[in-house]
Write a protein that binds this ligand. Structure first.
Ligand SMILES: NC(=O)C1=CN([C@@H]2O[C@H](COP(=O)(O)OP(=O)(O)OC[C@H]3O[C@@H](n4cnc5c(N)ncnc54)[C@H](O)[C@@H]3O)[C@@H](O)[C@H]2O)[C@@H](O)CC1
Ligand SMILES: [K+]
Length: 481
């Protein structure tokens, strides 16, 4: 069973919130399921809840409330850190409710020895491990590290909440982890829990339905762009994407639109490699665009060395807009693809690519229905099948956009009929490239479809059916605020 990443889970949670399903409701279901599991395993006795200060701990506070109502069960709670340090509203809400419940003992732990001294670890018939969930970052720090060791030293069986604390939900290296007797993970299997080495820490993994709305998963929503809306304070130049556009020749506006859209999406550096006849025109659109002139009036084989050097200095290539369909250009496009690690192909570029895409290249394509058909995707074959068969992430544009990486399909509903004007596809490719420079292909394609459509909807509010591609670019920052 394949699992999902923590960021994907976060996006689903946030989409639920925007649909009106509160995180508090999901937390209630998660906590109730933990309590249910504990009671399945012990009918009476002492339960020790070890909680951290994030939502993972919040789930356990809910479980504590449910368990404390049972007269046969005694609940002790060890909170790592202090109550004032509880980081989320939902967790704090559920913590506060415990004042009105029959909790036997409560202690704030800043020194792990204090937990040892309570004797709770020895007396427990069951431990609920809710120190760290999908919010873990980096190596486990103190006090948590020693508390994990203490839980592992205890003889009591352990129910892990979402993931065993310390375990990397993404499947990467980790320093230490709780060894659980059962792991209750919420909504979907997490990527790390599905890995080969996981079982030693998780034992049996039960995937618990916590009532997520299906639409939050199928439709692209605000949650899908949340990860692109924040930046670390210590960010440095270039860290948010260097993008190379290969476009222009017969046309000059298209690559300029792509470049401006990418910059407004947050790309740090955007370079356009364009045929000599249009290079100066593209540069004249904006001083923010770096332009490199190619050898002649169309992209051709002579340009490959220049392009290869440029590719090395960029995270992602976006290719196709305004290139035209000269046979020499199509042939050159096909020779450039193998030089790329990450590439978005749009418009005329789609006529130069060979499918399936080799394993070591990550490609996003952004065809409309006619281009999709030209690539061999027939109307009946949906984006999912096509994507799987051809090792490519597809963003199939239409009244609703269908996006797939061969594993799942997402549908985007933002956008409006005003966006049939020329240039909107170039804008979309620019947004997709900027996001792909810093994120996995599927996340980038979903985010781009949403942002492009939502910016188009804002442009429509102001301009109606007379909206222009440049109006959409102007609205990108509003959507991403
Ligand atoms: N709507 C939602 O967001 C839902 C979230 N759920 C729960 O929420 C969890 C995720 O919650 P959060 O994002 O608040 O994160 P967590 O509760 O997993 O962890 C965050 C806390 O851990 C600390 N921390 C992070 N890395 C650390 C390290 N290496 N060493 C020591 N401390 C560290 C942080 O300072 C923070 O206090 C899930 O695992 C799940 O249990 C569930 O309630 C279901 C609904
Ligand atoms: K946990």
């Amino acid at each position: 069973m394949k699992g999902i990443t923590s960021s994907r889970m976060k996006a689903i949670d946030e989409n639920c919130e925007h649909l009106g399903l509160k995180g508090l409701q999901l937390m209630e279901n998660a906590g109730a399921a933990i309590a249910h599991e504990v009671k399945e395993r012990i009918q009476k006795g002492n339960v020790l809840i070890v909680a951290g200060r994030g939502n993972n701990g919040g789930d356990a506070f809910v479980a504590a409330r449910h368990l404390a109502y049972d007269p046969a069960i005694t609940v002790n709670i060890a909170l790592i850190g202090s109550a004032s340090g509880i980081r989320t509203q939902n967790s704090m809400h559920n913590f506060t409710l415990l004042e009105h419940c029959r909790i036997e003992g409560f202690i704030e732990i800043t020194d792990p020895q204090k937990l040892k001294a309570t004797g709770w670890l020895d007396d427990a018939d069951m431990i609920v491990d809710a120190l760290l969930g999908t919010g873990i970052t980096g190596k486990v720090r103190e006090t948590e590290a020693t508390v994990i060791d203490l839980i592992n030293d205890s003889k009591a069986p352990v129910v892990a909440v979402d993931v065993p604390s310390g375990f990397d939900p993404e499947g990467g290296e980790f320093d230490r982890s709780v060894r659980a007797d059962v792991t209750l993970t919420f909504h979907r299997m997490k990527k790390g829990l599905a890995s080969d080495h996981a079982k030693e820490y998780t034992s049996e993994v039960k995937v618990i339905n916590i009532g997520v709305c299906e639409d939050a998963e199928i439709y692209v929503g605000k949650g899908d762009i949340a990860a692109f809306q924040t930046r670390r304070r210590d960010s440095h130049k270039g860290q948010h994407g260097r993008m190379l556009i290969i476009g222009g020749g017969p046309y000059s506006g298209a690559p300029a639109l792509t470049a401006m859209a990418a910059l407004r999406t947050g790309a740090d550096i955007v370079t356009v490699a364009a045929p000599a006849n249009v290079a100066d025109i593209i540069a004249s659109f904006s001083p923010n665009i770096i332009v490199k002139a190619l050898s002649s009036n169309i992209l051709c084989e002579k340009d490959i060395d220049t392009v290869a050097k440029l590719i090395e200095g960029h995270d992602v290539v976006v290719m196709g807009m305004g290139l035209g369909r000269d046979e020499r250009t199509k042939d050159t496009v096909s020779k450039i693809v193998p030089l790329c690690k990450k590439v978005v192909v749009d418009a005329d570029g789609l006529y130069g690519i060979a499918l399936p895409v080799p394993e070591d290249i990550e490609m996003v394509i952004t065809p409309h229905a006619r281009e999709f058909t030209a690539l061999g995707g027939n109307g009946k074959e949906d984006a999912l099948e096509f994507s799987k068969k051809n090792n490519v992430t597809v963003l199939l544009k239409g009244r609703e956009d269908h996006i797939s990486n061969g594993e799942r399909i997402a549908i985007n509903h933002t956008g409006n009929p005003g966006m049939t004007v020329g240039g909107t596809g170039d804008v979309l490719a620019g947004i997709a490239g900027a996001l792909f420079a810093i994120a996995p292909a599927m996340d980038a394609a979903c985010g781009a479809a949403y942002i492009n459509g939502a910016a188009g909807d804002l442009a429509f509010e102001r301009r109606g059916h007379g909206l222009l591609a440049t109006d959409i670019i102007d609205m990108i920052t509003e959507v991403m605020k």
